[in-house]
Design a protein around this ligand. Structure first.
Ligand SMILES: [Zn+2]
Length: 238
């Protein structure tokens, strides 16, 4: 934990999600700290440019607690609670993504910007007509994992969102497969982060139009052309 924990609350302050004593403490600190004021201004401008302030108020309380705990140096749970499938509504997806992004708010602003851009792309994909969703269940190799693939044939876009997925060893990665009746077709490699979550924008594969099953295996980091490792997630298209 940094020796300057207030700085990590700057994103929440910018979005108006701090309240009560936290807000008073933060303001008091920021009055005497140019670094925090600069951080606040940067996040305010970022949030404003992306029209986020209103939606961010819906950051779920649990997530907010985790951010607060992380920022004040309290040990956060080693493994995040498996709440984040409140994704039914696109709006809450944005809020959850934002909250998760704030867990790493100690990372640089550029990281946050890229993440927000991806969340926003996912949100528009979910809302698009013709978009389909399949739930992938965790298999014995990753019993706590859960994922969804959201895809749209007309837009030729697909995204996998996973939670509860252990970060792979450095020389390994997860690989997504599209199975449409023939051999599995590789659909990109990805890694889960320290929060055990992953968001993978799948390169479009033609077979996705006829897909029967999506599956994820653990493979060498560069990916392979046919699955070799244990299958961690799978879901059939109904
Ligand atoms: Zn400060």
């Amino acid at each position: 934990m940094s020796d300057h924990p207030q700085r990590e609350l700057a994103p929440l302050a910018a979005l108006g999600t701090l309240d009560g004593e936290s807000l008073l403490d933060w303001r008091e600190h920021a009055q005497g700290c140019a670094e925090c004021r600069a951080e606040l201004a940067a996040f305010e401008s970022l949030a404003g440019s992306m029209g986020l302030a209103a939606g961010a108020r819906r950051v779920p309380p649990r997530l907010r607690q985790r951010v607060m705990a992380a920022a004040v140096g309290v040990a956060a749970p080693a493994r995040p609670a498996r709440a984040p499938w409140v994704l039914a509504a696109a709006a809450s997806l944005a809020a959850v993504g934002l909250g998760a992004a704030y867990l790493s708010a100690r990372a640089q602003k550029g990281v946050l910007e890229r993440r927000l851009a991806r969340e926003s792309a996912v949100t528009s994909l979910i809302k698009a007509p013709g978009t389909r969703t399949v739930v992938l269940a965790g298999l014995p190799a990753a019993p706590g994992a859960q994922a969804r693939v959201v895809w749209n044939v007309e837009k030729r876009q697909a995204v996998l969102m996973a939670t509860g997925l252990e970060p792979p060893p450095p020389d390994k990665a997860y690989e997504l497969w599209v199975i449409a009746g023939g051999a599995p077709v590789p659909a990109g490699v990805f890694r889960s982060g320290a929060d055990w979550e992953a968001l993978h924008q799948m390169p479009w594969v033609e077979d996705a139009a006829q897909v029967k099953t999506f599956a994820v295996t653990l493979e060498p980091a560069a990916g392979v052309t046919a699955p070799t490792g244990p299958m961690v997630l799978a879901g059939a298209v109904s």
